[in-house]
Design a protein around this ligand. Structure first.
Ligand SMILES: C[S@@+](CC[C@H](N)C(=O)[O-])C[C@H]1O[C@@H](n2cnc3c(N)ncnc32)[C@H](O)[C@@H]1O
Length: 371
């Protein structure tokens, strides 16, 4: 992979949200992104990889596809891996680790496959195979076809680097951003979350309104690659100023700890003036001043036995509050359970596809503007 030649970039997405991520990549100006199971691919260059990490809210990781080849046995895998231009990519002082999966292939031992690739890379670059914070290389073998990818992100991209309080059952930032996008949110209307927990929906929505890059406060694996251009990266990152907005974002929760945590998250992100978090139960929720916008909420799911019954009452009360007090607002509700969503009696359109999240399958339910 010479630096000048375009290569395949793969953005990982939770299954079910590939199309939303494709839309985001398209809107961000990446060339002809295509949704495929588990993510979105497009052809690009290294500055595209850096910008995707910096700017996309919905991608879980950004992978650079380094090579594809056929290998029928381990010696062949090792030999082909040695032929790749690793020295353009990896530094001799940065440790690497290889993760392998194999399916329907002559090479079936994942551990052995990973070891051979690691050995080949070490042979070519001198990069240590042990050490803190290694660069991750992925090997996928399917039908004897090997695909080698570099994880250019490092820590997963939902770790934005500016949210100290995590809360009890937070939604991942990347999912929150994609659900907001699926609700048509573009940063031009207020958002309200009456069960805001750590405030993820509000933080994402406010940042979208300000046009901020989600990756501005964190580091990435690609900063330790051989081809990293620190000054081009600074040019890409630098000079960003917030878009002016008069919008306001409203959160509340009945849990005092969540309220304190969400407030501190908003303050840490420099969003204290834009986001108000109140301490009350959803039954005390009032319509905020200002224009209508989007209610975005993920209520408790009730995965434990016995909880589900109680939750019918809670979802019913939630739906009643919106129906009575939120004329003109749209609702986006994320939950695991169609029965609970229906208990709100809100006029939902067809639900989105189920999305894997922390061992659960969650679904977005949406309404148009409430009558
Ligand atoms: C699944 S969590 C929401 C997580 C949040 N989206 C985040 O990213 O951190 C559900 C939240 O609903 C709150 N909650 C439960 N019952 C409530 C009620 N009756 N009124 C207000 N908040 C409630 C809980 O305290 C919890 O913070």
């Amino acid at each position: 992979m010479t630096p000048r030649r375009a290569f395949e970039v793969f953005l990982t997405a939770p299954p079910g949200l590939e199309l939303a991520l494709k839309d985001e990549a398209q809107a961000a100006g990446f060339a002809k992104p295509k949704a495929t199971p588990g993510g979105v691919r497009f052809r690009g260059h290294w500055p595209d990889v850096w910008r995707a990490n910096l700017a996309l809210r919905g991608a879980g990781r950004v992978l650079a596809r380094v090579a594809r080849f056929q290998a029928m046995h381990l010696d062949q895998l090792e030999a082909r891996t040695r032929e790749i231009g690793w020295t353009d990519l990896l530094r001799p002082d940065v440790p690497v680790t290889v993760e392998a999966t194999t399916r329907k292939s002559k090479i079936y031992h994942q551990g052995a496959a990973a070891e051979r690739v690691a050995r080949a890379i070490h042979h070519v670059t001198g990069a240590p195979l042990e050490g803190e914070n290694p660069v991750r290389i992925q090997l996928r073998i399917e039908d004897n076809q090997c695909l080698l990818s570099l994880d250019t992100s490092g820590a997963p991209l939902h770790r934005r680097g500016q949210k100290p309080f995590v809360g009890k059952a937070p939604i991942r930032e990347t999912l929150a951003a994609l659900f907001l996008r699926q609700c048509g949110y573009t940063g031009t209307e207020p958002v309200l979350d009456p069960m805001c927990g750590s405030g993820t929906f509000l933080l994402e929505a406010a940042e979208i309104a300000l046009g901020r890059a989600p990756g501005r406060d964190r580091s990435f694996a690609f900063e330790r690659f051989a081809n990293f251009d620190a000054s081009a990266w600074q040019d890409l990152k630098g000079g960003q100023t917030d878009t002016r907005t008069t919008l306001h974002f409203h959160g509340s929760d009945r849990d005092a700890g969540a309220v304190a945590g969400a407030r501190s998250n908003a303050a840490t992100a420099g969003l204290g003036d834009l986001i108000t978090i109140l301490h009350h139960a959803v039954s005390d929720l009032q319509h905020p001043d200002g224009p209508p916008g989007l209610v975005m909420v993920n209520p408790p799911y009730g995965t434990r036995i016995g909880e589900r019954k109680q939750l019918f009452g809670l979802y019913g009360a939630l739906g009643k509050t919106f129906a009575e007090r939120f004329t003109g607002w749209r609702v986006g509700l994320v939950t695991t359970d169609a029965g609970l969503a229906n208990a709100t009696a809100l006029p939902f359109t067809d639900p989105g596809p189920p999305v894997a999240h922390g061992g659960l399958r969650i679904t977005l339910w949406q309404t148009g503007p409430l009558p």
